[in-house]
Design a protein around this ligand. Structure first.
Ligand code: NAD
Ligand code: G3P
Length: 340
């Protein structure tokens, strides 16, 4: 069967993977060569971002300086982007997935499969839901997940790294690997969607912690302690809520490797460091420093705190709790090391 890939999202990571997918589909006969990419339309220097992408083949706002393959076609209409696709790649910040799914309901082919590249969870009154579950529930299609130590710009510059695909149905995992795997972006597939997805969501909270200790200039040993305790709390949280999450998943790229990279070079780290050194709020710094890109770590810290506090579990997760309180309750940043 011929597969057709559509990308839902075109930010920093969405544009970076567009480059890989656009090239990889040309290497196999069973993929259609055109890859549509949904762009949340905006004006850049008085022009539609979609028009700029389709003429310059560059996302000048979210991934400047990187050429995209010409078979990647930017489209401002979500339904038109997805209506004839058989493989959907979700790569929008997590706060927008619900709106996207509502628009797509009943508008996509029944034989579609999905993969989520999103690092976050969906929170509701009862608790939280994985983004892959949300996609499956909303659209009635199976969803894999991809997550790893993958700072978008480094991947776009083709510097070697690894990533992890979590699958429930192995054939889906193998098929999605074909559109992502390259010599510089090495994909490993594992049968643990929940573990891979929770690693990606929870590491964003710990990344904020990494930035706070950088802002406090506490040094490398302290950063390593935050990473170790963070990994411990991530595994504890995942296995407390989902007993089948595998220990091995935390040794994949999505686990310890992503935690290291995100605490060294990610946006959450950078903004959290600036919060300590400038005293400005996270919201203000997101606007000033990220040029439209979105922070995921602070909102995920809040979501997790709500879940833990409702269950009287905060004392079991002192690092995540301290990070939440520093972000939202004016707890002095130094408490990150005093409270753990
Ligand atoms: N950037 C990275 O290095 C990286 C790497 C791995 C995973 N991720 C994950 O990928 C996901 C997407 O992040 P990103 O870096 O591609 O995005 P981004 O933060 O660079 O960009 C924000 C995107 O959101 C879009 N947007 C703004 N308002 C919107 C709305 N109302 N509805 C829909 N879209 C809207 C913008 O047009 C833009 O494309 C996140 O979950 C992130 O954690 C990012
Ligand atoms: O820039 P961040 O903090 O959103 O992290 C980017 C990636 O998730 C790192 O793997």
């Amino acid at each position: 069967m011929t597969e057709k890939v559509a990308l839902i999202g075109s930010g920093n990571w969405g544009s970076s993977v567009a480059k890989i997918i656009g090239r990889n589909v040309q290497n196999f006969d069973h993929f259609k060569k055109e890859v549509k990419m949904w762009v949340y339309e905006e004006q850049v220097d008085g022009m539609n971002l979609t028009d700029i992408i389709n003429t310059k083949h560059e996302n000048v706002k979210y991934l400047p300086g990187i050429q995209l393959p010409e078979n990647v076609v930017a489209c401002p209409d979500l339904i038109k982007t997805c209506e004839d696709a058989t493989m959907l790649v979700f790569v929008v910040p997590h706060q927008f997935v619900s709106g996207v799914c509502k628009q797509l309901k009943g508008k996509i082919p029944a034989n579609c499969k999905a993969i989520s590249l999103i690092k976050g969870v969906d929170v509701n009154e009862d608790g939280f839901r994985l983004i892959t579950d949300m996609i499956q529930d909303a659209l009635g299609i199976r969803s894999c997940v991809l997550s790893g130590a993958n700072i978008a710009t480094e991947v776009a510059e083709e510097r070697f790294c690894e990533t992890t695909i979590g699958y429930r149905n192995k054939a889906d995992g193998v098929l999605f690997k074909e559109i992502f795997n390259t010599p510089f972006f090495r994909v490993n597939i594992v049968e643990d969607v929940v573990g891979v997805e929770l690693c990606g969501a929870l590491k964003n909270i710990i990344a904020v912690g990494g930035g706070l200790v950088d802002g406090l200039k506490l040094g490398d040993n302290t950063k390593a302690a935050i990473i170790r305790i963070g990994l411990y709390e991530m595994r504890k949280f995942a296995q407390m809520f989902y007993k089948d999450v595998k220990d091995e998943t935390f040794f994949e790229s999505c686990g310890v490797a992503d935690l290291i990279t995100t605490c060294a070079g990610g946006r959450n780290r950078k903004v959290a460091e600036a919060h300590v050194t400038t005293g400005k709020s996270f919201d203000q710094l997101e606007k000033e420093m990220l040029n439209g890109q979105k922070l995921q770590g602070t909102s995920t810290a809040k979501d997790m705190f709500n879940i833990l506090s409702k269950r009287n579990l905060c004392h079991e997760f002192p690092l995540m709790t301290a990070i939440y309180k520093i972000c939202y309750e004016d707890l002095p940043p130094i408490r990150i090391v005093e409270d753990i």
